[in-house]
Design a binder for this molecule. Structure first.
Ligand code: 26Y
Length: 761
């Protein structure tokens, strides 16, 4: 009897074929957890702790089966019994523990850390309702709670508990662990998610994400990024962050003591990576814990400095956290005191250097500044981004600490983004270049086939099947019909002005006019958007509204709708991404140059054989370098231009708005049809913003964008050449494996023992 049959029989006393998908899900969950428990533990002295407010892990069942090496075995047995893993995985909720790129990066990193045989855990919070769930109503985004935790989840209750002291409360935490398995590797790591028992969700107003923000005991771990547009919301963010880092720091100390540390040598036992500023309070907290255990302040600071490294993910000032000292005093006065001492210490060392102050002239504590002074490493997430940090944003820090700065270009795990998301492409690669790429991420051997007609045709067939799969998925998930014979053109990412979804919308208006004028595209076009807007970010919600309304106008127009379709995928998440990306022909990476630190969706699309349409921003620069100019479409001002324009106040939106090719497109936002179907207030506000301010300069690159898109659609008609270029893209994606990224982190920053070293590039 097989392992699976055995489990099924024990649980339900019946054979596999008579079980429901939900029953099989439950059994597989138990089976995987038991397998995990049987794996050996890490025994190395030093351990990594990856602190992150987000872990956007996606569904875990098939990924865990893959990493444990039993995917095929289980899948075949299920098929033999008339079942499908894909259907069974429908029973799994996607954990709502992240928002965007930073959270997905943390998830890819955990996979690679474990696969490379590095001893390392992720530290975060167990948000009960996660990021909100996005629902569209009357062409608007509504935010509703996402109760993703059910009886059957991957969370394992851990008996560890810690006291976390705030000014007005002392809480006792609880801990949930999620196992992380490595591919072809037998030691597991864990995500350690801290929580509070008194948080139940009872205080949420029915059907909304509103709750009493001052009731900390009941709301602390309810939501990821609760609305911070008022004072209570700001305090709640501080409560959350401190709760996360205090628990994490106590865990580090306990585990290090267990392994034989005497605390003075703590940096030999643990290294902390701070994922953006959200966990930066771990620095003063660790200092507090060490001084509490009898070490001097200066000694504690040196230990913490030697064990802490910081990753920056943005140059947008709104995302670089600065906490008013008065708020810190209100929530965590002891930590506020330590931050003041850290500030004084640093000011004594660099007198008069105001640019590098932790506490600024307005009494605000800069989390990034603290993390740079009191850590040993600061890295950006793509070469261009790291250069901008050194040359511009953090120039004053680079002047005093040149050796701390380094670049770690982001990566993605091939286990999820090709093996799991695109099994047909994965199998095709196996048959062409042998399955070795699954361990090495080396896809270069594929280049041998770039002029092989049969291979090119096969790649096109795989793409078509993935379009069919997407079509079926969108039909069941939101009742939308797409044409599988159309060009699939996708922009999926958080909604933000700098990412310029509004620029793509203006292109769609151009195309709409074009088709009305009789210029019908040879191949129909489907443009898909996906992404959530922070609920308090009005213009981002206006952009969603504009796109939804526009798509309705197009659907209603029989002249246009056979040739052009616009779909906004509701509640975009990892699960949707796994259907969307393999089906894409065109990858939209059109941020205003200098603003997108790296991007990781760009890498996923490339790996899955889409051609990239991009500005020279973030990791797009490195993608272009690898595939060559003839295999990518670039346009727009470069980052130096944009940095200069901001520095000189040199951009004036009306200069562009009044151009002949632009004005009619922007004005369509206020056309009778749009106003009839849409919300006048939202549309007027957006029109006004784009035509007068356009802070992220959508109009500056619009004409070039239109031209390059037209060229791209025209080029698509040469199917063989197009598919040949997708092959070249896939073949060059190996560098963007997160195994390579983690290898780089470990070599340059963490210096941990590493059991696997198969990295090629
Ligand atoms: C607290 C609030 C202000 C905040 C919330 C979320 C600030 C930042 C974030 C998330 C940032 C994020 O996701 N950044 C993205 O990180 C990716 C991984 O490095 C990059 O690829 C991407 O360019 C960057 O936008």
């Amino acid at each position: 009897m097989s392992r699976l049959e055995n489990y099924v029989l024990k649980a339900y006393n019946k054979p596999i074929r008579e079980c429901s998908d939900a029953e099989l899900y439950r059994v597989l969950l138990d089976l995987v957890k038991d397998l995990g428990d049987g794996l050996p533990k890490h025994t190395t002295k030093k351990k990594l702790y990856y602190f992150s407010a987000e872990f956007l892990i996606g569904k875990l069942l098939s990924n865990n089966l893959l990493n444990l090496g039993i995917y095929d075995e289980v899948n075949n047995e299920l098929i033999a019994n008339g079942k499908s893993l894909l259907d069974i995985e429908e029973a799994e909720n996607e954990p709502s523990l992240g928002n965007g790129g930073l959270g997905r990066l943390a998830a890819c990193f955990m996979d690679s850390i474990t696969t490379l045989g590095i001893n390392g855990d992720g530290i975060g919070l167990n948000y009960h309702f996660g990021l909100f769930q996005q629902v569209f109503k009357h062409n608007n985004q509504l935010a509703v709670p996402d109760p993703w935790i059910t009886e059957e989840s991957w969370l394992n209750r851990n008996e560890r508990r810690y006291q976390v002291k705030f000014k007005d409360y002392t809480f006792t935490s609880t801990l949930y662990d999620i196992d992380v398995f490595g591919y072809h590797h037998d030691k597991r790591n864990r995500l350690r998610l801290f929580d509070l028992e008194s948080v139940t969700g009872d205080i949420i107003e029915e059907g909304t994400i509103h709750f009493d923000k001052s009731n900390i005991e009941e709301n602390l771990t309810l939501f990821l990024y609760p609305d911070d547009s008022d004072h209570a919301g700001n305090l709640l963010r501080i409560y959350q962050q401190y709760f996360m880092v205090s628990n994490g720091a106590q865990l580090i100390i306990d585990e290090a003591l267990d392994r034989g540390s005497n605390l003075r040598d703590l940096a030999d036992y643990a290294v902390i990576q701070i994922n953006d500023t959200h966990p930066a309070l771990v620095i003063p907290e660790m200092v507090r814990l060490l001084t509490e255990r009898g070490l001097s302040f200066d000694e504690s600071v040196e230990i913490v400095r030697n064990m802490t490294a910081f990753t920056n993910h943005t140059i947008l000032s709104e995302a670089l956290e600065k906490w008013p000292m008065s708020d810190l005093d209100e929530v965590i006065p002891e930590i506020a005191k330590i931050i003041r001492r850290l500030d004084e210490k640093m000011k004594a060392e660099f007198p008069g250097n105001h640019a590098v102050a932790i506490i600024d002239g307005h009494g605000r504590a800069h989390m990034a500044h603290m993390a740079i002074h009191y850590g040993f490493s600061i890295n950006g997430v793509a070469r261009l981004h790291s250069d901008i940090l050194k040359d511009t944003e953090l120039r004053h820090f680079y002047d005093i600490y040149p050796d701390k700065f380094n670049n770690k270009t982001n990566g993605i795990t091939f286990r999820r983004w090709i093996m799991d998301a695109n099994p047909e492409l994965a199998d095709t690669l196996d048959s062409l270049i042998s399955p070795e790429w699954r361990d090495t991420a080396d896809l270069k051997p594929l280049l041998e086939y770039k002029d092989d007609k049969a291979v090119i045709t096969k790649l096109r067939a795989v793409k078509f099947n993935n379009k069919l799969r997407l079509k079926k998925h969108l039909k069941t998930s939101q009742g939308v019909d797409i044409n599988e014979h159309s060009i699939i053109d996708i922009q999926i990412k958080r909604i933000h002005e700098y990412k310029r979804q509004q620029m793509l919308a203006l292109y769609i208006i151009h195309k709409y006019f074009d088709i009305k004028n009789g210029n019908v595209p040879k191949t129909p076009i489907t443009i898909l958007f996906g992404g959530k807007a922070a609920n308090a970010y009005t213009i981002a919600r206006d952009i969603i509204h504009m796109i939804l309304t526009l798509s309705q106008i197009i659907d209603n127009d029989p002249e246009v709708s056979p040739h052009l379709k616009v779909v906004f995928v509701e509640n975009y998440n990892v699960t949707h991404a796994q259907y969307l990306i393999p089906a894409a022909d065109i990858s939209e990476q059109i941020s205003l140059a200098s603003k997108e630190a790296s991007g990781t969706g760009n890498m996923k699309f490339m790996l899955n054989g889409a051609l990239t349409l991009c500005t020279m921003d973030g990791a797009n620069v490195e993608i272009a370098e690898r595939v060559g100019q003839e295999n990518i479409y670039t346009f727009g001002r470069d980052s130096q231009d944009i940095v200069n324009l901001y520095a000189t106040n040199g951009y004036n939106a009306p200069d562009y708005y009044y151009r002949d090719r632009i004005k009619p497109l922007v004005d369509f936002i206020l056309s009778p049809g749009m106003l009839y179907l849409g919300d006048e207030e939202r549309l007027r506000r957006l029109h006004h913003d784009i035509s007068t301010k356009d802070y992220f300069m959508a109009l500056i690159d619009l004409e070039e964008f239109i031209d390059v898109k037209e060229k791209m659609y025209a080029d698509y008609e040469d199917h063989d050449n197009w598919s040949r270029r997708t092959l070249i893209n896939i073949a060059n994606a190996g560098y963007f494996s997160s195994d390579r990224t983690i290898n780089d982190y470990n070599r340059d920053i963490w210096h941990l023992e590493q059991e696997h070293q198969d990295i090629k590039e």
